[in-house]
Design a protein around this ligand. Structure first.
Ligand SMILES: [Zn+2]
Length: 334
């Protein structure tokens, strides 16, 4: 960020100050649709990091982590600028809605780059991307399992083909995640997918990372802590805050994924937990009919790690039970 003052609409932060405000994107019949913004303008000039949460606004640990960081980072300790949007999708937040906007029924994280003349999710995507995220050198979009998902934490980056940018993005994803790194490339099924904020920001030249932790509408302190540690690791690595990143254990690279679906309707009795390593042929669930007879024994079709377990336990034929990563040890050269 050039100069001593950072300004987004009427929120203006001079060097050495923190400022809060709102960016208005539209209206309901009863009032504004807007998102909150916090600008921390460090005492010393340096890089700009944007933090967003609540693109999916029932994924609470990321929202809590970004909010916490905006309150704990002091301008006098900060080199550079943090621009934070603690809850992007306020209509979803208010409605406690999962995945889809209660106003236009769209998934905001498939709408980027959005449109200034579209429906409210498209306008929101356009304003957030063009007036906030592209001002930054680096960006983290905090997500988690949504209302119906129990999720194992990971971080992702969408490769662009620009070697310098991709190196930055991969490095930040490795610093953010407690274990799994997913890298999207054209044609792969891995996140962060086309149309997401992270994908689109990287296409626009921002080293933008997807940070995923949290489950099923909960706000567990341990999940908030994973987001906070990831953000602090990135911030310290970039030299924006004092201290060194703290990274423990090996990283695993996701190289594929598969989803196990129900062949029979009934009640699912799972035999695994999220994060469990699975072997091909391992029995992972029984499906019982309403009399308690076992009508199917579900096996894993491949080796993997349980990545998402859906919270619904009464299933119809064809519905997902578990999504798994296929992983390899992370190659730090690639
Ligand atoms: Zn999400």
């Amino acid at each position: 960020m050039k100069g001593d003052i950072v300004r987004i609409r009427d929120v203006e932060a001079k060097r050495g100050t923190t400022q809060r405000g709102f960016v208005r994107v539209g209206e309901t019949p009863v009032g504004p649709i807007q998102f909150p913004i916090v600008i921390i303008q460090g005492t010393k000039p340096g890089p700009t990091l944007c933090l967003t949460a609540g693109v999916h606004a029932a994924e609470y640990p990321g929202i809590a982590a970004v909010t916490q960081l905006t309150r704990s980072v002091r301008p006098e300790d900060l080199t550079g600028t943090i621009i934070a949007v603690p809850v992007v999708n306020q209509p979803m937040f208010q409605a406690r809605a999962g995945f889809l906007s209660p106003i236009d029924g769209l998934n905001l994280n498939r709408m980027f780059p959005g449109s200034p003349t579209g429906s409210i999710s498209e306008i929101l995507a356009h304003v957030l991307l063009n007036e906030v995220v592209v001002l930054a050198d680096y960006h983290i979009d905090c997500h988690g399992g949504d209302l119906t998902e129990t999720l194992w934490p990971y971080a992702g980056y969408s490769l662009t083909g620009n070697p310098q940018l991709d190196e930055q993005g991969k490095t930040l994803a490795r610093l953010y995640t407690p274990r799994i790194v997913a890298l999207y490339e054209e044609g792969t099924p891995l996140p962060p997918t086309k149309g997401s904020l992270t994908y689109t920001a990287a296409q626009r030249g921002v080293a933008s990372v997807l940070g995923e932790c949290g489950s099923a509408g909960t706000l567990e302190p341990a999940d908030v802590e994973i987001h906070v540690r990831g953000i602090l690791n990135v911030t310290r690595f970039l030299g924006m805050l004092p201290g060194d990143p703290s990274v423990q254990g090996d990283r695993l690279r996701a190289v594929g994924q598969f989803t196990v679906t129900a062949r029979r309707g009934g009640l699912v009795h799972l035999k695994i937990r999220v994060g469990d390593p699975l072997k091909s042929g391992q029995e992972i669930a029984e499906i019982h009919n309403i009399f308690g007879d076992i009508v199917d024994r579900v096996q894993s079709p491949a080796d993997g790690i349980a990545r998402i377990i859906w919270t619904h336990k009464a299933v119809n034929t064809g519905e997902p039970l578990v999504r798994c990563w296929i992983v390899e040890p992370e190659r730090l050269d690639g």
